[in-house]
Design a protein around this ligand. Sequence first.
Ligand SMILES: NC(=O)c1ccc[n+]([C@@H]2O[C@H](COP(=O)([O-])OP(=O)(O)OC[C@H]3O[C@@H](n4cnc5c(N)ncnc54)[C@H](OP(=O)(O)O)[C@@H]3O)[C@@H](O)[C@H]2O)c1
Length: 261
Amino acid sequence: MSPSETVLVTGASSGIGAELARCFARDGTDVVLLARSEDALNDHAASLSDTFGVATHVLPADLSMPGVGREVVDRLDEMGLTVDVLVNNAGFGTRGRFAVADEQQQLDMIGVNVSALTHLTRLLLPGMLQRGRGGVLNVGSTAGFQPGPNMAVYYATKAYVLSFSEALAQEVDGQGVTVTCLAPGPTETDFANRAGMNNAFLFESGAAMSSAAVASHGYEAFRRGDSLAVPGLSNKAGVFATRFLPRSVASKVAAYLHGDE
Ligand SMILES: NC(=O)c1ccc[n+]([C@@H]2O[C@H](COP(=O)([O-])OP(=O)(O)OC[C@H]3O[C@@H](n4cnc5c(N)ncnc54)[C@H](OP(=O)(O)O)[C@@H]3O)[C@@H](O)[C@H]2O)c1
């Protein structure tokens, strides 16, 4: 019998993260669900253990807080949990001009989308390498492939996630551990609402995928050990096109698609 597996999913209280946790649980993986909304995490944990019979744990945390990565790992140790798979999914975006954007919110975005993702990976990857199994699934975005005027920090954080993940995938190659970057395009979650972009062409055009379809695409890619997963034909075509467009043009297209405030 193969040893049991535990996954830590950040941003598991809703959207893509909640669905990614479901994918792992469906295959018998025990899950640790992390986000700020403790009630939503408890509800999801109960539903996953009832449906799939896996062990579930809830770890409420605010990933925008400096040093939170270390606190999370300390709490995992206290709970006696070994994380085989880390899913860095928590993230958010805001729309608007950088020069007038809420200062703290921009820093928090880097905190959640970049710093916490990097710190958790740094703390949990060595154990995976030592055991020679497991891996990291980072949720980036198609936003990571070009600059995004009026969402400048969000696009930059996702460019970081893409670059960081692809570099790590090569570093760990051949050691039993894999790193995957899931880069979704518009997806039906709370993201657009929280980012204040429900009226953006990207989300109004009907092109948004369901969070279940996006998660399942990323999960399968992770299980295959792919370094990059772009779900959906139109997202794949968009990413492919950015290779040939001058970056100044690609960033104008991005600005048009997500719109101004
Ligand atoms: N939806 C899209 O169109 C889209 C497209 C490309 C990429 N993505 C990426 O997909 C990922 C998941 O987003 P989603 O679309 O599923 O949106 P969502 O439904 O808003 O989910 C975001 C998750 O992140 C958690 N989170 C946010 N801030 C946090 C913080 N400070 N500390 C801990 N957890 C925090 C939220 O939980 P709490 O609020 O309970 O803390 C929630 O569980 C994000 O990285 C996003 O950038 C989304």
